[in-house]
Write a protein that binds this ligand. Structure first.
Ligand SMILES: *[C@@H]1O[C@H](CO)[C@@H](O)[C@H](O)[C@H]1NC(C)=O
Ligand SMILES: *[C@@H]1O[C@H](CO)[C@@H](O)[C@H](O)[C@H]1NC(C)=O
Ligand SMILES: *[C@@H]1O[C@H](CO)[C@@H](O)[C@H](O)[C@H]1NC(C)=O
Ligand SMILES: *[C@@H]1O[C@H](CO)[C@@H](O)[C@H](O)[C@H]1NC(C)=O
Length: 347
């Protein structure tokens, strides 16, 4: 019994001293020598999580940069972004002497190492971003895995105040399989740094403007089997309303103003009602043409649709009013003519 215990103890001490992989020596400061040493010591162990004991979690530091906001689709309730994702972790115990081996950092193919299965929870379609085959390995055992990911993520879009809307979409990074006892996500750069760097590199300044990034560093996904460690980023976007103001709101206001001023036309002629009819027709055609610009989603009706509906109602009401007034004037003229006829016949 004690023998087994002491053997275990010796084994644990050995593991603690040497780590997951032992420190190794190079025979000469050349790439061949270093790769030979890595091939012997590290690459055969790529199937195992690089920690000393099964019970210790592996810390994975994550940093992201938002490179492009490709678009927001109201119909499928999705956000398309391009992100640079940096994952960093340590291979326990791995180290080499940078003078003896000639370098303190090498790039190694990703498939030669154990790579964490970090994914985005809101992912909707397959990642179509270019594959980058290498990661950096440091002489302290530090792995630096930087890659671009194009992500179409689901996001609940609220378009009530369209085109002055602000959207708040989340991106949740975590391991797909490993529980938080195996993989722990750690926040790298702070949200201010991410925002600053993203604003520096953002190339497309299209319809959406990045106005904020918030981080929830210890989000947890708790399921019946166990809980997962996650990091949640909130990406806050504001729509640039100028296109919609110029193309939708201003012409619409013009048409309504014309409609209101048409009351200055002489009422007794039929001109006024046909003028108003033409305006309504024009407005309908305008709405038909501009329909593509309006967001389409069933959940809430945007205020702008209510505005268009009210504008149309106003125009129809003013047409009805004109019809009524013309009718009243016509009948009073008719009455006067009758009276005249009556008085002349009496006279
Ligand atoms: C590496 O070299 C050091 C001395 O420079 C030696 O103490 C150590 O045992 C060597 N390690 C291996 C794995 O050969
Ligand atoms: C992982 O991070 C936790 C705190 O976030 C720290 O206590 C622990 O020492 C870290 N483990 C390693 C192996 O660095
Ligand atoms: C190696 O990794 C450490 C962190 O473990 C880092 O501080 C250092 O700058 C890295 N060195 C190189 C050359 O990348
Ligand atoms: C975005 O949503 C999250 C969670 O619903 C919230 O904590 C955060 O304050 C929101 N951010 C903004 C700017 O509305």
């Amino acid at each position: 019994m004690t023998k087994v215990k002491s053997a275990e103890l010796i084994f644990i001490c050995f593991m603690l001293l040497h780590g997951f992989v032992a420190a190794f020596n190079c025979t000469s400061p050349s790439p061949e020598s270093l790769f030979g040493a890595l091939e012997r010591n590290l690459f055969p162990k790529k199937l195992l999580r690089p920690v000393n004991s099964f019970s210790s979690p592996l810390n994975i530091t994550i940093s992201i940069t938002v490179v492009a906001i490709v678009g927001v689709d109201e119909k499928s309730q999705s956000l398309t972004t391009l992100i640079w994702q940096v994952l960093e972790w340590n291979i326990e115990g791995l180290s080499w002497d940078d003078e003896e081996c000639g370098t303190s950092r090498v790039s190694v193919p990703r498939e030669k190492l154990w790579i964490p299965d970090v994914r985005i929870a809101e992912f909707m379609t397959e990642d179509t971003s270019p594959k980058t085959p290498y990661v950096y390995l440091n002489n302290t055992g530090h792995v630096f895995d930087d890659k671009p990911i194009g992500v179409i993520s689901s996001c609940r879009l609220i378009i009530y105040t369209f085109p002055f809307d602000i959207q708040n979409c989340s991106l949740t990074f975590g391991s797909y399989l490993h529980f938080n006892s195996d993989i722990r996500m750690v926040q790298g750069t702070s949200s201010e740094e991410i925002l600053e760097e993203s604003l520096n590199v953002l190339e497309t300044n299209g319809e959406w403007k990045l106005i904020g990034i918030h981080v929830n560093p210890d989000a947890q996904l708790v399921l019946s089997e166990g809980s997962y460690s996650e990091i949640k980023y909130y990406i806050v976007l504001r729509r640039q309303p100028i296109l919609y103001v110029v193309n939708l709101l201003i012409p619409s206001c013009f048409l309504i103003t014309v409609d209101l001023f048409s009351f200055m036309l002489p009422p007794h002629s039929v001109d006024r009602s046909s003028f108003k009819m033409t305006l309504i027709l024009g407005y309908t055609v305008f709405l038909l043409i501009m329909n593509d610009l309006l967001p389409t989603t069933g959940e809430t009706t945007p205020l702008i649709n209510v505005f268009f509906c009210l504008s149309l109602a106003l125009m129809v009401a003013s047409l009805l009013e004109t019809v009524l007034i013309t009718n009243m004037q016509f009948s009073s003229m008719h009455l006067q003519a009758k009276k005249k006829l009556f008085s002349t016949s009496i006279g």
